[in-house]
Design a protein around this ligand. Structure first.
Ligand SMILES: [Zn+2]
Length: 445
């Protein structure tokens, strides 16, 4: 510990081996040791004793729509990464769509990186996009450092990012499998969606009926079959339908390389509580019933679902109309994902170590960053969230750093106040005050 520059001390540090009292030694940007709580502080090192506040590894959110450039009025790198930092997130991976251009060629990736470079308050990586006509761009994007490729199996919501039919999916997957890349998929089947009743209007029950579980289940079954055919790595984005869980468990047992994420809104909000006309709760696939939610929690506990990500996908307030059919579909939750998840987890008798596993360790592993992110352990980046887990606050949209202060969590009282956030050894947020941007742009390792 003789070379440590900083010692972060707490009675509760979430480590890969459990929660314990510890002194975390940091040199430069890295954790060098996790020592006993009462370890002597070396001469010249600065001690930050956070008392009983919990030290977590900074969260890694692999599903964020930053929308910059092109739809910066919806969100942007400056606002998204500040909101993330305020919420204890130290790494995000940006989705390839809703920005213009979408991240579907190396040129477009360069544009996105140039826009993000001096605005990133946290570390930022990029997903590429798989479109019907860009198979030739996939390998160059992979080599340029994207973490994998996103595809839709039903309309995405924006014209410049068309979805893949099964034949196009097969072509993209064959190419991605050839370099052992990762395909991440919005899995809803367009034919099942078209066959569902599309009544529109402000009734949430009508919206829910328009995006039925069998649309997800069918698309996931087809994806699993294609993954098996090409021995490809696939990831199911934002799983909402618990009916798909047995399919996923079976495919895994059969050797299919599939991982699965779900989101705080599916785990903490229910269809039963969504007021009619409240399109801040609209996302696709939709928030479903409480009984469905219980099964998602069970799947997290038993490992069928690997991880939890925000799918932060905001728009301007005017697009959140009271007609569920036409309102923008996306939930803004970046800054609130940790307290929302912690509040629900503790009510179910689960611990912060579980939340960290789902929102930091497993997401870091998903994108291959687990050698440097997602754990308070020697050799890892000194990324931390310092959390007061027993303090509560009531969500006031005006206090959010998101560009548009529309949120499904407004008025909720949540446990868990983020006191400070640290990025590679530097405190970047403390009690609501931010440093200048210090984030790096990340490439696939
Ligand atoms: Zn998304």
């Amino acid at each position: 510990m003789s070379e440590a520059e900083l010692v972060l001390r707490s009675t509760r540090v979430v480590t890969p081996d459990g929660i314990r009292a510890a002194s975390v030694a940091v040199t430069g940007e890295k954790i060098t040791a996790v020592l006993p709580h009462d370890a002597p502080v070396p001469a010249g090192a600065r001690l930050e004793d956070v008392g009983d506040h919990v030290v977590l590894p900074g969260l890694v959110d692999t599903h964020v729509h930053v929308n910059d450039p092109g739809r910066t009025e919806w969100e942007g790198f400056w606002t998204a990464t500040r909101a993330a930092a305020a919420g204890g997130i130290t790494t995000l991976v940006d989705m390839p769509l809703n920005s213009i251009p979408p991240t579907t060629t190396v040129d477009h990736l360069r544009t996105k990186r140039a826009v993000a470079a001096d605005k990133a308050h946290i570390d930022v990586g990029f997903w590429g996009g798989a479109l019907p006509d860009n198979v030739k761009d996939l390998r160059p994007l992979h080599e340029a450092g994207v973490f994998g490729f996103k595809a839709f199996l039903s309309p995405s919501g924006v014209d410049e990012f068309p979805h893949l039919d099964q034949e196009q999916l097969a072509r993209s997957l064959a190419e991605i499998a050839a370099f052992d890349g990762l395909l991440i998929v919005h899995a809803e089947d367009p034919h099942h969606l078209a066959a569902a009743p599309q009544q529109g209007g402000p009734r949430y029950s009508h919206f829910l009926a328009s995006r039925p579980r069998d649309a997800e289940d069918t698309a996931i079954a087809a994806l699993l079959a294609q993954a098996k055919r090409f021995d490809a790595r696939v990831h199911v984005l934002h799983l909402s339908s618990s009916d798909a869980l047995p399919l996923i468990a079976e495919a895994r047992a059969d050797g299919v390389r599939v991982t699965v994420e779900t989101c705080p809104h599916y785990l903490t909000l229910t269809a039963e509580e969504v007021p009619d006309g409240a399109s801040e709760f609209k996302c696709c696939p939709p928030i479903r019933e409480a009984a469905n939610q219980d099964l998602l929690w069970q799947a997290l506990a038993d490992g069928t679902v690997d991880c939890v990500v925000t799918d932060h996908s905001p728009s301007t307030a005017d697009l959140k109309t009271d007609d569920f059919a036409t309102a923008w579909g996306g939930i803004a939750g970046l800054q609130l994902s940790l307290p929302a998840m912690w509040t629900a987890a503790r009510a179910r008798g689960l611990g912060l170590e579980d939340v960290v596993r789902w929102m930091s360790a497993r997401t870091a592993r998903l994108v291959g960053l687990d050698a440097r992110k997602g754990a308070v352990a020697p050799g890892h980046d000194a990324d931390f969230a310092v959390l007061a887990p027993d303090e509560t606050f009531t969500v006031d949209p005006a206090a959010l750093q998101h560009r548009n202060r529309v949120t499904a969590y407004a008025g909720k009282t949540l446990y868990g106040v983020v006191k400070s956030t640290w990025l590679r050894g530097t405190r970047i947020v403390a009690d609501g005050a931010f440093t200048e941007p210090k984030g790096q742009l990340l490439d696939r390792a």
